[in-house]
Design a binder for this molecule. Structure first.
Ligand SMILES: [Zn+2]
Length: 395
């Protein structure tokens, strides 16, 4: 039931697909980062405050007319509180996400190795935006430390590092050609013999790297190694992997995994920044009339509802109100009737969350843009389209 680091896009899709018939879903995000809160009691205090507030709003207040829904929310809030106060252990978890709708037997927990802003949301569907943003920010990386004798492999995801079983040591590579009375011929033969062994070792490592990369669904490859060894390693590496190299550094092959992680995270941050920069520039280029880009909430919403969107760009932390039909997943910036069922649209406190839900279910790529990118102040939301916008109907 508890899913940890290996949370996948598939999990996210299943989460966003869940939509109860009558009941409401309680979504809790809790920052349980031990660096910020050494005592778990402090996290529990925040949790209790969130739960008390939600009780006031949704159970005791007049926000909900439906008695069964009130009861349902009260049960879910109690269940979450009891779970965290009782059996739950923090261990290394920094962020906790819980989605509960007991009426429909729905209960999901994600323990994240990165912190999340604490929030409790009651709604018709699981509040997935925070989780999407977390998953989106981190790529899966494969790190290979290459040495002429000893090599190590790591995978890095969500700010954590895991070392692949076993170090790969080639016992047969002699350290160096010893100086002495060797005949010149013999000397060069030994040197060639060492070279052969090193190449053989590098080829083995390249093969293991390839398997690890694919098995772990990695997106990028990072090297650690000596300037003399790396070019040789690149030669024997599968071209598919060579295209996915995003950076390199040099660490002692026996350095602790944490050191490899730190270097890799710095590279990852840079890669992410460059990617976001390129994406925003691409959107700007496509935003001219007839282009494959839209910017701003109302145009982006309209394109998403039409099923035109290929990639959705959202400024990190952006929220906005809007109007939604939860049955037909129609969304608009203005109040009105749903064009599908004709009923009046419900007010949504955060229509951006509803956009993310719809986008994930349409297989749209959702990308969060960092707050310091100009996009995040100017447009805040935009989309790259699968096909050009239809011309506005006349009259
Ligand atoms: Zn409708």
């Amino acid at each position: 039931m508890v899913k940890t680091e290996k949370i996948s896009e598939q999990d996210l899709k299943e989460l966003t697909k869940f939509s109860p018939d009558d009941g409401l879903v309680v979504s809790l995000y809790l920052d349980v980062d031990g660096a910020k809160y050494p005592r778990i009691l402090e996290c529990e205090k925040i949790l209790h405050a969130l739960i008390d507030q939600a009780k006031q709003d949704w159970v005791e207040g007049d926000q909900l007319a439906d008695k069964d829904q009130r009861k349902g929310v009260a049960r879910d809030l109690g269940l979450i509180r009891d779970f965290i106060n009782g059996q739950w252990q923090r261990n290394g978890t920094k962020g906790l996400a819980i989605f509960s709708c007991l009426d429909e037997g729905f209960w999901q927990i994600y323990e994240l190795p990165v912190s999340v802003p604490s929030a409790l949301i009651v709604g018709r569907e699981p509040y997935a935006k925070t989780l999407t943003a977390v998953l989106n920010k981190y790529a899966r990386l494969c790190v290979v430390s290459v040495d002429r004798k000893k090599s190590r492999l790591f995978t890095v995801y969500l700010g954590t590092i895991e070392e692949e079983q076993g170090v790969f040591v080639d016992e047969w590579v002699p350290d160096q050609v010893k100086a002495g009375d060797w005949a010149a011929l013999r000397q060069s033969r030994i040197a060639r013999h060492i070279d052969d062994h090193v190449m053989h070792h590098l080829k083995d490592i390249a093969a293991v790297t390839y398997d690890t990369f694919l098995e772990n669904d990695c997106e990028h490859l990072v090297f650690s190694g000596h300037v003399e060894t790396l070019p040789k390693f690149k030669q024997v590496l599968h071209p598919h992997l060579r295209e996915r190299v995003v950076g390199e550094f040099f660490l002692d092959p026996d350095a602790p995994p944490q050191d490899f992680l730190e270097h890799t995270l710095r590279i990852e941050e840079q890669v992410r920044e460059e990617f976001e920069g390129a994406l925003v520039r691409h959107l700007e280029d496509e935003s001219a009339p007839g282009g494959l880009g839209v910017r701003g909430l109302s145009e982006t919403l309209a394109a998403l509802v039409r099923g035109q969107v290929d990639t959705l760009l959202i400024a990190e932390g952006y929220t906005d109100s809007g109007f939604v039909c939860y049955t037909d997943h129609y969304q608009a910036t203005e109040a009105g009737d749903c064009p599908v069922c004709g009923r009046s649209l419900s007010e949504a406190a955060d229509v951006i969350e509803d956009m993310v839900q719809l986008a994930i279910n349409q297989n749209v790529q959702v990308e969060y843009i960092a707050a310091d990118n100009p996009f995040s102040e100017r447009d805040r939301v935009g989309a790259l389209l699968r096909y050009a916008q239809p011309r506005a109907a006349a009259g």
